[in-house]
Design a protein around this ligand. Structure first.
Ligand code: SAH
Length: 253
């Protein structure tokens, strides 16, 4: 997969894209990452990428021309992208389903805003979608670009080994992940749940399944509506909701 990033701070991607699973995936060619410097697409001596806002007010705006030219350059040298993503707090909130969808595309371009954001014409005529990584405002789109790159890379076939199977990860099927433990079995007086030491595969499977459902019901019940549950999991949800209902009823007595 080709993943292109347009930024005024290319150095922000240097260390982060060399380490861990993302670093290895790039090294092995599973992801072909290209970071371009927006300033290379300016045409003045000072390599100006920003300007004052029409209508006044504080803050600078990224000019349209360098962003249009950067995407044209990527089109010519890297081929037609399947998606041009504008990072923005006003975009669609990024979720695992977006990561899955993007991971199946052959070529994604991400535009990193700065200052007050980008000229609206970039949103209207260059971007094919606008994505936010959460309801908070960052100083730039570089961290959002890295978040998307990371989430999309670990879904590339072969990127993640057995040591970190993505199958049971939180959100994959709409449930949160079950708790994980490693050695020692007792640490500072805190024991690992007995069932995990029992060697009973079926009991372990059921315990994990129950934990995943319980956590989701307790912490993120809104996820259940869209979750792909099997019959066992549905039964656990029913039990839990019923128990909760009874508690409420008793509290009301
Ligand atoms: N004035 C804008 C915010 C600009 S923040 C507004 O209120 O909508 C500067 C840049 O940081 C944005 O152009 C965008 O590229 C990036 N950014 C900030 N917060 C973000 C978020 N939550 N998700 C994705 N990108 C974000």
């Amino acid at each position: 997969m080709k993943f292109d990033i347009v930024t005024i701070f290319p150095a922000m991607f240097e260390g982060t894209t060399r380490e861990g699973i993302v670093g290895r995936a790039i090294e092995r060619g599973l992801v072909d990452l290209k970071v371009v410097d927006l300033r290379d697409f300016t045409d003045d001596r000072h390599r100006t990428v920003d300007d004052l806002a029409y209508g006044g007010g504080p803050g600078m705006v990224l000019k349209p021309a360098p962003l249009f030219r950067a995407v044209e350059h990527l089109r010519e040298t890297r081929g037609e992208p399947d998606a041009v993503i504008l990072t923005s707090p006003q975009g669609k909130p990024f979720c695992q389903a977006d990561a899955v969808r993007l991971s199946r595309l052959g070529h994604v371009v991400v535009l990193c805003g700065r200052y007050e954001g980008v000229d609206e014409r970039v949103r209207d005529h260059v971007a094919t979608e606008e994505i936010s990584i959460g309801d908070y405002v960052l100083t730039g789109g570089e961290l959002p670009a890295l978040v998307m790159l990371d989430a999309v890379t670990r879904l590339q076939p072969g990127a993640v080994g057995d040591e970190q199977s993505v199958e049971y990860d939180s959100f994959t099927r709409g449930l949160l992940d079950y708790p994980h433990y490693t050695r020692p079995a007792e640490f500072r007086g805190h024991r690992v749940p007995d069932v995990l030491l029992s060697g009973h595969h079926e009991q372990v499977r059921r315990w994990r399944q129950r934990q995943a459902v319980e956590r989701t019901v307790a912490r993120r019940p809104e996820l259940l509506a869209a979750a792909e549950l099997n019959d066992e999991e549905r039964a656990i949800v029913r039990d839990l909701l019923q128990a909760r209902q009874e508690e409420n009823d008793n509290a009301g007595d």
